[in-house]
Design a protein around this ligand. Structure first.
Ligand SMILES: Cc1ncc(COP(=O)(O)O)c(C=O)c1O
Length: 387
C-alpha cells in the first residue's frame, strides 16, 4: 500500500516557517511591513504600479469590479468555463453576468465571441487565463481597449505565466491573483489586485479597509483617522501572517514554477501516446505557469465514464477532480437566468470529460507513473465493459 497522492499540496519550506514565526514574534499582525513587501514583490515582478493585497482572489475580483463602478443594471461579460468566483463576483455587485463559451483548445473565451456579446450595458469584461493559459488574452485586452470597456483580468490561476513578453497580471485595467494553497504560490488564503491606475488603486485600498482613506493604518488612530470611513467598505485585508508566507513564497517563485513545469512535462511525456486523452495545449510564444494538470477524455467517453474514472482514482488513493462544471448551468445560476443545457456546447462538452490529476511540486516520477497507470487502468476497464 502506498501513501495517498493528494490533488494538490503547498510547497512550504523553513524559509516560510521562519518568516511567519518572525512576524508572529514582531507583534505586528495587520497592515505592516510584510504586506508592503509582498505587494512590492508581486507588483514589481509583474511590472505594475500598484499591488493591493486582499483576503482572497474572490474579494479582489469583487473590489476590482466595485472600484470600476459596476453595479445593478450593468452587464459584465465573463467565461462560462471557469471557477465559479469569476461570475459570483459579478452577481455580488448586482450586475448581470453575460456568459461566453470557451475555445476547445485553450479553454479561454474567444475574443470574437466576446465581441458579439458587447452591448451598451457592458460595463466590464472579465478575462480568465483558464488553468494558467494566457492564450488570447492580448487580443481580449485589445478588444476591450477598442470598445473602451475595462478588462478585469482574473489571473487567479496564472502567476508567473507569459504571453510573448507580457506577463499574466499585466493585461487588465485591474488584474487579480489568488493565493489559495493549490496555486503557484500560497498565502493560505489571499489575493492581490494589480493596477497602474492611481485612482483605482486608492479606491481598492480604501474598500478593503472599511472605507477608510487609503493611507489609513491603525497607527493613525492617534490622529483620529481610524474611525473615519469615507465610503462603504469591507474588511478584505490580508494579514501580516499571510503576507509573511507570501513574501517567502515570492522569493522562491521561479523555482516553484520550474518544479511545476517539470511535473507537467513528466505527465505529458507519460500520457502523450494515449489517443483517448487530450492533453493541455500550450501555444507557441506562450510560457505556461502550470496551475493544474487537467486531461480530457476523448468523446468516446461519457460524463458517467469520467465519474467512474475519478471514483476509481480516489479509491486507489489518487486525488482527482472534475474541473469545472459550466458556471451558467449551476443550479443557482439556472434559477436566476434562463440558461439551459446546450447553450454553451463547448464548455459543456469539455467539462463532462475533464480530469484534474494530482499536481504539486513534490510529486515524484514514481507517483506520476502510478497516477497514470491507475488512470489508464480505469479507462481500460470502461473499454472492456463495453466489449
Ligand atoms: C479563475 C479563478 N478565479 C477566482 C478564484 C478565487 O480565488 P480565491 O479562492 O482565492 O477566492 C479562483 C480560485 O481558485 C480561480 O481559479
Amino acid at each position: 500500500m502506498t501513501d495517498a497522492i493528494p490533488l494538490s499540496l503547498p510547497d512550504i519550506t523553513d524559509a516560510e516557517i521562519r518568516n511567519v514565526v518572525a512576524t508572529l514574534r514582531s507583534g505586528r499582525l495587520s497592515m505592516g511591513p510584510q504586506l508592503e513587501e509582498f505587494e512590492r514583490l508581486v507588483s514589481e515582478r509583474i511590472g505594475r504600479r500598484h499591488g493591493i493585497g486582499v483576503s482572497s482572489g474572490t474579494s479582489g475580483l469583487y473590489l476590482g469590479l466595485t472600484a470600476l463602478g459596476v453595479g445593478p443594471g450593468n452587464e459584465v461579460i465573463t467565461p462560462a468555463f471557469s471557477f465559479v468566483a469569476s461570475a459570483n463576483c459579478v452577481l455580488a455587485t448586482g450586475a448581470t453576468p453575460i456568459f461566453v463559451d470557451c475555445d476547445p483548445g485553450s479553454l479561454n473565451m474567444r475574443p470574437r465571441e466576446v465581441q458579439k456579446r458587447i452591448t451598451d450595458k457592458t460595463k466590464a469584461i472579465i478575462g480568465v487565463e483558464v488553468f494558467g493559459n494566457p492564450s488570447g488574452m492580448a487580443a481580449l485586452a485589445a478588444l476591450a481597449a477598442k470598445y473602451e470597456i475595462p478588462l478585469v483580468e482574473d489571473a487567479c490561476e496564472g502567476l508567473g505565466g507569459r504571453s510573448g513578453s507580457d506577463p499574466i497580471g499585466r493585461f487588465g485595467r485591474v488584474s487579480i491573483f489568488g493565493f489559495y494553497p493549490n496555486k503557484q504560490i500560497t498565502t493560505g488564503e489571499g489575493g492581490m489586485i494589480l493596477t497602474d491606475d492611481d485612482h483605482l488603486a486608492d479606491l481598492c485600498r480604501s474598500l478593503r479597509n472599511q472605507g477608510r482613506a487609503s493611507s489609513s493604518t491603525d497607527s493613525g488612530q492617534e490622529l483620529g483617522c481610524w474611525l473615519v470611513h469615507e465610503r462603504l467598505g469591507f474588511n478584505y485585508r490580508l494579514s501580516e501572517i499571510n503576507a509573511a508566507l507570501g513574501v517567502a513564497q515570492m522569493h522562491r517563485l521561479d523555482s516553484l514554477i520550474e518544479a511545476r513545469e517539470r511535473i507537467a512535462a513528466l505527465y505529458t511525456r507519460r500520457l502523450m501516446g494515449n489517443t483517448d486523452l487530450i492533453l493541455p495545449t500550450v501555444e507557441p510564444e506562450t510560457f505556461m505557469s502550470w496551475f493544474v494538470y487537467v486531461v480530457r477524455l476523448s468523446d468516446r467517453f461519457t460524463a458517467q465514464d469520467r465519474q467512474f474514472i475519478i471514483n476509481g482514482l480516489r479509491r486507489h488513493d489518487v486525488g482527482a477532480s472534475n474541473y469545472f462544471p459550466p458556471i451558467p448551468l449551476l443550479p443557482f445560476y439556472r434559477q436566476r437566468f434562463d440558461h439551459a443545457p446546450g447553450d454553451f456546447p463547448i464548455a459543456e462538452s469539455v467539462s463532462q470529460r475533464t480530469i484534474a490529476l494530482p499536481f504539486f511540486t513534490r510529486l515524484t516520477q514514481r507517483e506520476v507513473d502510478l497516477v497514470c497507470q491507475t488512470l489508464e487502468l480505469m479507462m481500460t476497464r470502461i473499454t472492456f465493459s463495453r466489449s
